[in-house]
Design a protein around this ligand. Sequence first.
Ligand code: IZC
Ligand code: ZN
Length: 424
Amino acid sequence: MTVSLLIKNAAQVVTSKGASAKPLVGEELGQLEVIEDGAVAVSGDQITAVGPTADLLKLIKTDRQTKVIDATGKVVLPGLIDPHTHVVFGGSREHELALKLQGVPYLEILARGGGILSSVEATRAASEDQLVERGLKYCRQMLAQGTTTAEAKSGYGLSTEAELKTLRAVKRVDAAQPVDLVPTFLGAHAVPKEYKGKPDRYLDLVIDEMLPQVVEQKLARYCDVFCEEGVFSIEQSRRLLTAARAAGLELKLHADEIVPLGGAELAAELGAVSADHLLVVSDLGIEKMAAAGVIAVLLPGTTFYLREEHYAPARKMIEAGVPVALASDFNPGSSPNNNLQLVINIACLYLRLTPAEVINALTINAAHALGRAAAIGSIEAKKAADLVIFDAPNYDYLAYRYGTNLVDTVIKNGAVVVEGGSVV
Ligand code: IZC
Ligand code: ZN
């Protein structure tokens, strides 16, 4: 078999194996296949073989067209997957940093009409083209940092027109650059100022007007809600998500981040794909998520940036059999970071995950959180050739170094899209 791309002599090729049908849980989360002096062969957009370099060289043929990458001293991983981002938005919120440093809580800034609502003003004011331009910039940054697939939520429009504009922008950004974006409708991200004090009236608009158009125009795969005190209650979240499910969307929730309302329990009740954040999840919520197979998408970068004292109880969830994934939560307020390498550091240091657990949580389990595990998330024959080569002698090194982009090469669908650390 003649291959179009060959990576050889890698210090390590690191991947989960055989976990494409179900996310990794419990002790499985810490299990990785590590191939020393490894190689990966790619034909077109697919991985065709993976194994020790010496074995692979016997198996495959190269010709003049084959691109050969010598990964001596480097580590090859599946492309990183970011299953929770708000990557398309207008404006930025650096002006809130001073308030934050004075100790004004996140929900208080929102209640004063700032926070999410300040990003809503800027997003409404931006044209679709301007949103696309900004989205492209952020995706280029993500790609250069090793992310090859990401979720992208709406939620800074909060009117029918501005939510549809955002989701159309997501679609255009997806089509115009290598990072694959999986779209999520988050019309229930906050109550816009026109509906202040009337959350149920606003939900009527989301359910009766926005949702049918989002579905009809095929602009989203998932529906999400910010289920939080002062934002949307359990009952309101249930009402929206039930309607979204009936309309054909799969479900995600911002759950139990600041106040323990029972978002995890609701996620299990409704058969959501994931419940995200979970800093203050209850023991019952953990139990129900494990039983229902709801993926916990943990966002420790946000906990860090909000300076919360307690991180999500990741070890407890893993021990209880909840499938755990990780994401950046890239957004203009609580997590203006789109580098998953920083999430690796924070997850190890503060969620107390091992580097192996973190890699699985950012690859195969993240792929499950986006319903894409049959196609991406591991280095296995027939999967899409989405790969990252890190300038690191072993995978522990990724958790050890921080603050430097260690990406050397990124391959998306078999094409080299980052080389020598720069987007090509
Ligand atoms: O813009 O603050 N938590 N949504 C829910 C966010 C944070 C994003 C933001
Ligand atoms: Zn979020």
